[in-house]
Write a protein that binds this ligand. Structure first.
Ligand SMILES: [Zn+2]
Length: 392
């Protein structure tokens, strides 16, 4: 709604001129008062979230202005531009397109004004999915210093929608030069997306792309996982281990994602003791997957009692359903047949069902929940906002 309020500023400006002009020329204070009232009513509609009513009212005001041909040229341009934007905000994109295209082609307006019209045309085309036309206009605007950043941002949106990741990388690299960011999350994710499209025997170096991702965004867990898997494919398990273990430093929330591949690497290397050392370090973070993997190792190496004690101690420090489920299993194994054991079996089943129903991942930006890990939230379209639900 704030955006709509800003959108209405040109109307306010045009109307200020219109009202002053009308009242000075014809001394029609009653008309001015009516227009002022209309404008205030429109803003009040906006403030009370009645957007539809507000847009209708402003459209009516602008069309009345146009019909009476009372606006000076520069104000008319702004009013028409706004009129088009209002049509777009109401979903009438064909009318928005007609208005903005007429402004862009009119001999009455300057080069700079036409750039503004092009900027709105891009939004019109984007809203109806004509990405190729929006792209062509963005490419024109990139050469104009004042419009370059906005045009690159629109191009980035287009290439994400069309999944043209090489182009998305180029655009994000240019954007990073124009306005450097602290994290470069999008650029790193685009390197990863592009790397995923490359075939194993292609000309482009997949590893180099993933290293670039880590260079621009050192906390990019996805790049580490992909790079580790690349090393595994080449049977370079030592390098894979190094890169997988680094996930613990990058973002401990994601350590559950690398446990199975890390275990496989250590198994191939014949160094399961080192896997245990890693799990002991990682268990400080209270990740249930780590605790279960550690309990399995302890049971194999030492005894079931030792594994049970480990789970019990972890459960006291980091309570969670997954660990509790395992703990009940140990209790069932120890219990003698009878009502107490039957109750434990029932409880184990219920907790297991609850875990299965729960979502493993959740977007910290919009709350979207998922059973699988996604790097771009399908709901809010933000990158790296979906995180594992710890312990459920
Ligand atoms: Zn989201």
């Amino acid at each position: 709604m704030i955006e709509l309020l800003f959108l209405l500023l040109p109307i306010a400006a045009a109307y200020g001129w219109y009202m002053g002009h009308r009242s000075a020329k014809k001394d029609q204070e009653d008309i001015s008062n009516k227009l002022s009232r209309d404008y205030v009513t429109g803003v009040n509609f906006l403030l009370s979230n009645q957007t539809e009513k507000a847009v209708d009212l402003f459209l009516d005001m602008l069309q009345k202005q146009e019909a009476e041909n009372e606006i000076e040229k520069s104000s008319q341009f702004e009013a028409e531009l706004t009129l088009g934007n209002l049509f777009r905000s109401r979903g009438e994109v064909d009318r928005a397109l007609r208005i903005h295209q007429a402004l862009d082609q009119s001999p009455d307006y300057s080069f700079e004004q036409k750039l503004l019209a092009k900027q709105q045309l891009i939004r019109d085309f984007m809203s109806v999915g004509f990405f190729d036309r929006a792209e062509a206009l963005c490419i024109v605007l990139i050469d104009e210093p004042e419009f370059a950043e906005g045009a690159l941002q629109q191009l980035s949106v287009i290439y994400q929608k069309t999944k043209e990741w090489k182009k998305a990388v180029n655009v994000a690299e240019k954007l990073a030069k124009i306005s450097p960011q602290d994290d470069n999350i999008e650029l790193a994710q685009f390197y990863c997306e592009y790397a995923c499209t490359l075939s194993a025997n292609g000309k482009e170096d997949k590893q180099a792309l993933l290293r670039q991702a880590l260079q621009v965004s050192p906390s990019c867990v996805r790049a580490s996982i992909l790079l580790g898997k690349e090393f595994m494919a080449r049977e370079d398990y030592q390098s894979a281990v190094k890169i997988f273990e680094n996930v613990l430093n990058q973002n401990a929330d994601f350590v559950g994602e690398i446990l199975s591949v890390l275990k496989e690497c250590y198994t191939r290397l014949g160094q399961l003791d080192n896997f245990e050392l890693f799990l002991i370090r990682a268990s400080q973070t209270g990740n249930a997957d780590v605790d279960l993997a550690l309990a399995d190792l302890i049971e194999k190496k030492d005894s079931r009692i030792a594994a049970q004690n480990k789970v019990y101690n972890q459960l006291k420090q980091h309570p969670g359903m997954v660990l509790y489920h395992r703990f009940i299993q140990y209790q069932i194994d120890d219990a003698e047949a009878g009502r107490a054991r039957d109750s434990l079996v029932l409880l184990h089943k219920m907790v297991g069902e609850r875990i299965r129903q729960g979502f493993s991942y959740r977007c910290i930006n919009c709350g979207y929940q998922s059973h699988k890990l996604m790097w771009c939230c399908p709901s809010c379209r933000q990158w790296e906002k979906i995180k594992p639900n710890k312990g459920i």
